[in-house]
Design a binder for this molecule. Structure first.
Ligand code: SF4
Length: 390
């Protein structure tokens, strides 16, 4: 990640981790922090599960996990993996055969704890299948299902017990000369999860999958995840994440992205800066922002938009956003482009016009990026030619 020299207080120094691949998605190292979610359809129902995977990918999921508890679900995985636009992680709990079937079916990663699947021979078989099929593995330690001997040793789930569990599972993979793994130490308690992740970050250089497990409903779980994951990400810990909410997986993806966007770690779509409820607003900000969020959901190009109710903060926010609208006139407001006053706009036309401006700006940014790529290609070609001429 590039450092901000003008505003150094915005810099986050990421922990240096090894990089692994989950299908085509790099996890760890300097790869973007990826966003994951998990389907909740019947995994053996190819049509419904694939449709949900695609909906998740459309809102930005980089990786999707599917639970595969039985043979019919690992069978269904074959078609799902083939058609999915994003890599699929097969969630295996205890049965090593499901892991082998999932690897054969095309899963990009297996979520499995090698210490939970039986003897060393079984672990070796799963590792062999993962190697043969280019699968990575996620070790998923959970405070709620720690091994009995660790609970006896530590008395209750605690950071040391979770990290010890994780390191034991890691050792089983390393003993089989397998290194394409990432690891999570999730807990539903924010303090426990945060402390466990910090200790884990010290104990291994493996990529870290972040999560506050069973965080809760849409509002409470979002807040809890933002506090837990937000703090860890701010410390530079975390290479991929899943926000666990009792709601649709698409919502988890959106929340995950918003956490990363808030910290400047990922950029996707339109970031809207807008007023809270306030009597000074010159138009209905809440209603407008709701409609704009809906109308702009298809825009994936990163840009900022300020929708501000009056001149108290409108011009100031517009200075820092790509497109701005400040209300406060009699039934109209001012449009700002790149921080500069551009033109007056009536409140009635505001939504349509702003959508148009955002779409135009997105097209311009994309065209500029494409031109820059062509330029760098031609510079490389020129470089090649110069090299040959020399
Ligand atoms: S900018 Fe104006 S409308 Fe918005 S919150 Fe501040 S005072 Fe209220």
């Amino acid at each position: 990640m590039s450092l901000n020299h003008v505003r150094p207080w915005k810099n986050i120094y990421r922990r240096k981790s090894r990089q692994i691949m989950v299908g085509k998605v790099a996890v760890g190292g300097d790869a973007p922090i990826s966003v994951q979610t998990m389907t909740n359809t019947d995994s053996s129902d190819v049509k419904a599960t694939l449709a949900q995977v695609i909906r998740c990918a459309d809102v930005g999921a980089d990786i999707v996990r599917i639970s595969t508890p039985d043979e019919s679900s690992t069978q269904a995985l074959r078609e799902i993996c083939r058609e999915s636009p994003v890599p699929i992680v097969a969630d295996i709990h205890f049965h090593y055969k499901r892991a082998i079937e999932a690897a054969e079916a095309g899963a990009a990663c297996l979520r499995i704890n090698p210490g939970n699947i039986g003897d060393a021979k079984r672990v070796a078989e799963v590792v062999r299948a993962a190697k043969d099929h280019g699968c990575s593995i996620r070790i998923g330690v959970n405070a709620g299902s720690l091994e009995r001997h660790l609970l006896e040793k530590y008395g209750e789930p605690c950071p040391d017990a979770m990290v010890e569990s994780g390191m034991d599972h890691i050792k089983l993979l390393q003993d089989n000369d397998f290194h394409e793994f990432k690891i999570s130490v999730k807990a539903s308690d924010v303090f426990l999860a945060a402390a466990a992740y910090q200790a884990l970050a010290e104990a291994t250089d493996a990529p870290i999958h972040l999560g506050i497990t069973e965080a809760g409903g849409r509002v409470s779980g979002t807040v809890k995840s933002a506090i837990g994951l937000g703090n860890l990400l701010w410390m530079g810990i975390g290479d991929t994440l899943r926000v666990s909410l009792s709601t649709d997986p698409e919502e988890e993806v959106k929340v995950g992205y918003e956490i990363l966007k808030s910290l400047g770690l990922r950029h996707r779509g339109v970031t809207i800066i807008s007023c809270p409820s306030c009597a000074r607003q010159g138009f209905n900000v809440i209603d407008t922002v709701g409609k704009l969020e809906e109308r702009l959901a298809h825009v994936t190009t990163s840009m900022s938009l300020s929708i501000i109710g009056c001149v108290v903060n409108g011009p100031g926010e517009a200075l820092m956003t790509d497109i701005g609208f400040t209300g406060g006139g009699a039934g109209s407001g001012m449009v700002y482009l790149a921080g500069k006053q551009a033109h007056k706009l009536s409140n009635e036309q505001m939504i349509d016009h702003i959508v148009e401006l955002v779409e135009q700006k997105a097209a311009a940014i994309e065209a500029e990026a494409a031109a820059a790529e062509t330029d760098s290609d031609s510079v490389e070609t020129l470089g090649d030619r110069t090299e040959k001429a020399v």
